[in-house]
Write a protein that binds this ligand. Structure first.
Ligand code: ZN
Length: 288
């Protein structure tokens, strides 16, 4: 199945009270591990690409070529969306041109009026080209490509203003942060989430910073309208731990253990296991 936008899979997820995972990709191994796991579990999936990762993978066109090639060669039949994560206005335009099926425009650092103006313009372009679009209100804490946010809670009225522009999905800050959560983290603000959902109705809500949020909080967030959950750091940590183990055990020094296909295999399997665990937790298994 060719790339699809994320609208239908998220509308179904919201109605069915589960969430679709967005898993960020960094290279071929990441992409293959996520696509194969989605297919094995018969789950819809969203591949996230940050601007930094897009640059690392030699540009958005390279990413589109790799993902489309893999969907075809691996016979991936579950719905797959290729989504720009935390896009700038310029980055969003580049991805639309390169063949992404979905974009996020993160205007959360602009004053609300400017966020609205730029989001509105991109909504019109995405509508015309058949892409889905995610907007963000209230900065998500932690580091987003060099920008440090505090993890503030979004203003529900501002969320409604942005939702009414015709975006497909909305990321609202509810105390969530990117990367590892600190010891003194106060948890998700379900009060904010509840207020946002009441004002935005059927709009699928997005939870960023899915790494390390306890399972019961994830489930509660889904029950309050979250239908897309972003996972990035957790796959990185799983890949790192498995690769470290391989090298610490001296396996790279045995036989052809230096072959990159062998060296990267444990990390690849670790990503698959992490993605599987998340899809089961989010409830998207067999929802393709
Ligand atoms: Zn994010």
């Amino acid at each position: 199945m060719p790339l699809v936008n994320a609208a239908e899979m998220l509308t179904k997820a919201k109605a069915g009270h589960y969430a679709v995972g967005q898993f960020n990709i960094n290279n071929l191994e990441w992409t293959k591990a996520i696509l194969m796991t989605a297919q094995e579990l018969n789950s819809p999936v969203i591949l996230g690409v940050s601007e930094g990762a897009g640059k690392y993978m030699a540009g958005y066109k390279t990413v589109v070529g790799m993902v489309n090639g893999m969907i075809e060669e691996l016979n991936i039949t579950v719905p797959v969306a290729l989504h720009l994560d935390h896009g700038s206005y310029e980055g969003a335009k580049k991805c639309i041109e390169a063949g992404f099926s979905s974009i996020m425009f993160d205007g959360s650092h602009y004053p609300i009026e400017e966020n609205i103006a730029k989001t509105k313009e991109l909504v019109a372009i995405c509508k015309e080209k058949g892409l889905s679009i995610e907007a963000e209100v209230g900065a998500i804490g932690g580091e987003e490509d060099g920008v440090i946010g505090k993890g503030e809670c979004a203003d529900p009225q501002e969320c409604k203003q942005i939702a009414d522009l015709g975006v497909t999905m909305l990321a609202a800050g509810i105390g969530n942060i990117h990367g590892k959560y600190p010891e003194n983290w106060e948890g998700l603000s379900f009060e904010t989430l509840d207020a946002v959902q009441k004002l935005t109705g059927a709009m699928p809500l997005v939870l960023h910073g899915g790494t390390g949020i306890p399972a019961d909080m994830i489930k509660k967030a889904i029950s309050l309208g979250v239908s897309k959950i972003n996972v990035n750091t957790e796959c990185q940590l799983a890949f790192q731990a498995a690769t470290r183990k391989y090298i610490e055990e001296g396996k790279d020094l045995q036989g052809k253990g230096f072959d990159p296909r062998k060296l990267l295999a444990p990390g690849f399997e670790a990503i698959k296991a992490t993605v599987k665990e998340k899809m089961e937790l989010f409830g998207s298994v067999n929802k393709a």
